[in-house]
Design a protein around this ligand. Sequence first.
Ligand SMILES: [Zn+2]
Length: 182
Amino acid sequence: MQVPRKAEQHVRLNPEQGEYYDVLLESPVLLLSGVSFNAWYQRLTHILSTGAITLFYEMGYELGKDIAMELRARSKNPADMFSTGINHYFIIGMGRIEISIAQLLRMATLKQMAVKIKDNFPAIALGRTGRAECHITRGYLVGGVEALTGKQWVCEEPMCLCKNDLYCEFKLKRAPVKKRQV
Ligand SMILES: [Zn+2]
């Protein structure tokens, strides 16, 4: 699915006033550098060890859920909804989500889905670490998909820019049990 041309409609930028506004969420937004994201990630990993993975996953989960709830409130058309959500991820600077339209439209009945992102912000910010690092994106995708389908999902990232792969790839699967897996 391509990023629509009217991507800018979801965020208003006014550098002269230092004002940045997310129209979809009806909220001011903060510009965050990759340097700062990397510093947070390193510091939290140092303090929390693998607990930092959970923290970033949960941060992403809330973001994805919030966006999906807004989309559901604004449109009943699934194609519009998904297009707007993918577009929002792009326009806030997170990256270009690539997912087939067939998967999007059949999301409610599918047991698994694959998502590709060639320029995922967390991976670019963290650099080549040798591990899959986009936990915030895994959470974002699960939060969004769960809010849209009402079912529970898990997500793995078998390929990541941080592992020197050409892109980040996310495999979403319907969760076999009720407990949400991080
Ligand atoms: Zn990644």
